[in-house]
Design a protein around this ligand. Structure first.
Ligand code: ZN
Length: 163
């Protein structure tokens, strides 16, 4: 991994030499905040036709409306003016059909610690997305803005709306 870290630092040196985005403002130009899974196969900006500066993108394992994701969405709305939310889950998610107890067992085996984390393993992808949207719509600290649930197909690159 050390080699990869060195490569990243060198790449950033090249990036900063050509940097021309210093005039961007912190408030996203599209007014959209996106909550998405962290899966490495999803290039959220590319897939949605967004450029840097256009949107807030909050990512975690699964794309769940956790307390910390909600904290970021509140900042996004109150301080930076976003007025629409997309929730993006995807096919082939590592948490889809995963066994919560087995994940805990792995953590215990590799760290020796009994974790109290909830990893969010789920069985029904559409139902999981609907639940995240429901949590966000019901949250008292969030504005009543349009919230859309979507599933990104890693096989085709296509986004599908969850009704
Ligand atoms: Zn995922």
């Amino acid at each position: 991994m050390a080699d990869e870290y060195e490569r990243i630092l060198a790449e950033n040196g090249r990036y900063s030499e050509a940097f021309d985005r210093s005039a961007l403002t912190a408030a996203p130009l599209s007014g959209v905040a996106i909550l998405a899974c962290m899966d490495a196969r999803i290039d959220v900006e590319d897939a949605l036709g967004l450029r840097v500066g256009d949107a807030h993108i909050i990512r975690n394992a699964g794309g769940f409306a956790t307390q910390d994701a909600i904290r970021s969405l509140v900042i996004s709305q109150e301080l930076l003016g976003t007025r629409e939310i997309l929730v993006i889950a995807h096919t082939g998610c590592g948490l889809h059909g995963a066994d919560e107890a087995a994940i805990r067992g792995r953590v215990k085996a590799s760290t020796g610690h009994d974790t109290d984390l909830v990893f969010g393993a789920f069985g029904d992808l559409d139902a999981m997305v609907r639940e995240q949207v429901r949590v966000l719509r019901a949250h008292p600290d969030l504005l009543r803005v349009p919230i859309h649930g979507l599933i990104y197909e890693v096989e085709t690159g296509r986004l599908r709306e969850v009704p």
